[in-house]
Design a binder for this molecule. Structure first.
Ligand SMILES: NC(=O)C1=CN([C@@H]2O[C@H](COP(=O)(O)OP(=O)(O)OC[C@H]3O[C@@H](n4cnc5c(N)ncnc54)[C@H](OP(=O)(O)O)[C@@H]3O)[C@@H](O)[C@H]2O)C=CC1
Ligand SMILES: O=C(O)[C@H](O)COP(=O)(O)O
Length: 496
């Protein structure tokens, strides 16, 4: 159970503590932030509302701890990460339980998230040992006008303090996808968890604490993003920001100082379906891609662009599968569970109403109880409808019928987002041409968009992000190159 056993020290009374300097502490603010269970719509947990003064102290300890950590041998950093991964996996049950209560993720998927996170941490340790153990050796005579008088040695050095801000939908996995790379690369890390998902994150942080990381190296400050977010992201002690979330990321990018940014933001992933596609495969992928975790994934299929000639057949197949989706509470492992908040449900409802007014075909009756919205396929969606462009982050999938591949590509590229997309066809040559034409960070051929496996590069174009994630890219992003040049008094050539 949450806050018991090895997690007992992270809670006092009914409020979870924040983590700094290797200790669990109560905020001097005396205030707490409530975490509302999306299913019951009542307060499930409370976390500390940290103050700016506490954030300042966290940054100070983080800076000091980083200096020592950077001098810790790489193999020792890796050893500790492996230990944290094992502890996390050992305690998957209480962490998964928090995810069910805080973000209404179906129970079996919460366990998968925690296990995947443990694997991610271990992979970071292994990848870090490999890629950080290597540098470059350059010689000067390859550049015109130079003799071989200079030897340049390069290595990857840490950035300092990394600020990690994950979103609600994968609070644990998207936190460790920042923590693992940051730590193996010799940085310290300050985590600001999403409010919904904060308690799962605090449990995850306790696993790092139990693994024995030096004090101050990892900190976790809680509070509403709208209240302490700007203070954190604009803090002079921060040397790198790794953020995953919505448009908030765009404003952070504008306000942040001269620090490297890794931004993974929203998406409107298109699924282009050609006439020769295997429609059973497409239907299965629209269900998985569009409706898993009730569509609350940045990589969810958010618009289907299907050739008119096969549209009826595809819609019929998808509808047959939608009818089989189990709708209800996350505890019962339902496919469709309540969306994260009432405001999110209201937003999704607004998109459905707009589509109704403008004449979309509702393949199912629109139904909502509290935050629970029944899965809905909208056929005959047209570009003048909001759902054609906006991301619902909910269980609603629009279908736009197209008459040419160009029309599909045009719709995809007219979006301000450019995260992922997918194309279904048996013609690999066409698939490659379409993939090249789609302005997105990744295109999946014959499968729904997905971030994983976690070592694959993951990046968004346009408003979908800055930089690239994935274990290797994140480790590289959280380092800088340092060069040392040896200047020889006379040219020297190796004779072999
Ligand atoms: N590309 C990707 O990899 C992903 C993108 N997303 C996108 O994220 C959105 C949904 O996630 P959601 O969590 O609601 O996104 P938000 O952008 O609302 O929140 C993301 C994180 O930012 C924090 N935050 C809020 N305001 C500020 C601020 N001013 N300064 C700093 N941090 C702040 C939040 O804290 P708090 O919760 O306390 O407000 C949360 O931890 C969707 O648009 C989705 O597409 C989601 C997952 C992955
Ligand atoms: O947060 C998200 O929505 C993701 O980064 C998507 O991850 P997934 O494709 O593995 O579900």
């Amino acid at each position: 159970m949450a806050g018991t056993g090895v997690f007992e020290e992270i809670i006092e009374g009914d409020v979870f503590k924040y983590y700094t300097d290797g200790e669990w502490k109560k905020s001097a603010s005396g205030k707490s932030v409530a975490i509302i269970n999306p299913t019951t719509r009542t307060t499930q947990y409370k976390v500390q509302a940290c103050t700016q003064e506490e954030v300042n102290k966290v940054m100070e300890s983080s800076k000091i701890a980083q200096k020592h950590w950077a001098k810790t041998p790489l193999w020792k950093r890796a050893e500790l990460l492996h230990k944290a991964a094992a502890i996390l996996k050992e305690h998957k049950a209480p962490i998964a339980e928090c995810l069910v209560k805080e973000i209404a993720k179906p129970a079996k998927d919460t366990v998968t998230e925690v296990v995947r996170s443990g694997d991610l941490i271990s992979y970071c340790a292994e990848e870090g040992v490999r890629i950080l153990g290597e540098g470059k050796f350059l010689v000067s005579d390859s550049f015109p006008g130079n003799e071989r008088t200079k030897y340049c040695l390069t290595s990857k050095i840490p950035l300092g303090v990394v600020l990690a801000i994950p979103p609600f939908n994968y609070p644990v996995n998207l936190a460790v996808s920042k923590i693992g790379p940051a730590l193996i690369a010799g940085n310290s890390l300050v985590l600001k968890p999403p409010t919904q998902g904060a308690v799962a994150c605090l449990h995850m942080v306790q696993c790092f604490n139990l693994a024995g990381f030096p004090k101050g190296l990892i900190s976790c400050v809680t509070g509403k993003g709208s209240e302490i977010g700007d203070f954190l992201t604009m803090h002079p002690g921060v040397n790198c920001i790794s953020f995953t979330g919505g448009d908030t990321g765009i404003s952070i990018s504008k306000k942040a100082g001269m620090v490297p940014l890794q931004m993974e933001l929203g998406g409107k992933d298109a699924c282009i379906v050609l006439e020769d596609a295997d429609l059973d495969l497409v239907a299965a992928n629209i269900i998985k891609g569009g409706f898993s975790y009730s569509g609350q994934r940045c990589t969810a299929v958010k618009v289907v662009l299907v050739m008119e000639s096969v549209a009826d057949a595809l819609v019929e197949k998808v509808n047959a599968k939608v009818a089989k989706l189990k709708v209800g509470p996350p505890e019962e492992d339902c496919d469709i569970t309540p969306v994260v908040s009432e405001s999110s449900a209201n937003f999704i409802e607004g998109l459905a109403k707009d589509a109704k007014t403008k004449g979309a075909t509702f393949c199912q009756e629109y139904k909502r109880e509290g935050n629970l919205i029944w899965p809905l396929l909208l056929d005959n969606v047209r570009p003048d409808m909001r759902i054609a462009w906006e991301e619902p982050f909910g269980p609603i999938v629009p279908v736009i019928r197209i008459n040419s591949i160009e029309e599909g590509i045009h719709h995809c590229n007219a979006s301000n987002f450019g995260l992922q997309g997918c194309v279904f066809t048996k013609d690999i040559n066409k698939a490659i041409l379409i993939s090249d034409a789609m302005e997105t960070g990744t295109v999946q051929i014959n499968s729904a968009p997905a971030r994983g496996p976690d070592h694959f590069p993951f990046q968004g174009l346009k408003d979908s992000g800055i930089g690239s994630q994935g274990i290797t890219n994140s480790i590289n992003m959280m380092t800088k190159i340092k060069s040392t040049v040896i200047n020889l008094p006379t040219p020297s050539y190796t004779m072999g």
